[in-house]
Design a binder for this molecule. Structure first.
Ligand code: IMP
Ligand code: MG
Length: 177
């Protein structure tokens, strides 16, 4: 799929450096607040969550959820559906949603609304990437790795038609490739 290394947008070393910074910030912010529930959004966040969770210095547990967007033709309608819920209750817990990328914001907005109805002590958002100028709904990302331009990216958990998720870095692809 994506062959040329010249398409690398964010190098592996740069990702790892930034993940370390985010982990330090999150560890400082939640220190002394009890166990943090990290909620990874499948599939795209699985590598980011693996790296981030291992670098935290606070008590934490890992949960996963999966969502899907209703598509109308090629454009997303903005409606999001929960296709897999987490196993444990988050009542009274501090929760951090961990996403790969925020584009229109619909997915993160839906998740924050849904989790906020479940009696958590707090719900915050962490995303590795956010596409600039793409927001259709306003959603605050408490911990953000990088802003990127409006291009399709793959690697480090992100895919194009299920390809290229396991690349160690983040690359831009042209869908016609
Ligand atoms: P949103 O609901 O429009 O913010 O879209 C967020 C979701 O779309 C992410 O969780 C990804 O699954 C997917 N997505 C958006 N842009 C990209 C991309 O450039 N590469 C891979 N997945 C993407
Ligand atoms: Mg995703």
């Amino acid at each position: 799929m994506s062959k040329p290394d010249s398409n690398v947008l964010i190098a592996e070393s740069e990702i790892q450096r930034r993940v370390g910074e985010l982990a330090a910030q999150i560890s400082a912010d939640y220190a002394g607040k009890g166990e943090l529930v990290l909620v990874g959004v499948l599939k795209g966040a699985f590598i980011f969550l693996a790296d981030l969770s291992r670098r935290l210095t606070i008590p934490r547990v890992v949960e996963f959820i999966a969502v899907s967007s209703y598509e109308s033709g090629s454009a997303s309608s903005g409606a999001v559906r929960l296709v897999m819920d987490m196993r444990e209750s988050i009542e009274g817990k501090h929760v951090l949603v961990v996403e790969d990328i925020v584009d229109s914001g619909h997915t993160m907005h839906y998740l924050m609304e849904m989790l906020n109805t479940r009696g958590a002590a707090s719900v915050r958002a962490c995303a590795l990437l956010q596409k600039s100028g793409c927001a259709k709904v306003d959603v605050n990302i408490d911990y953000l790795g990088f802003h990127i331009a409006d291009e399709w990216v793959v690697g480090y958990g992100l895919d194009y038609a299920e390809q290229d998720r396991t690349l160690p870095d983040i690359r831009v692809i042209q869908p016609e490739d």
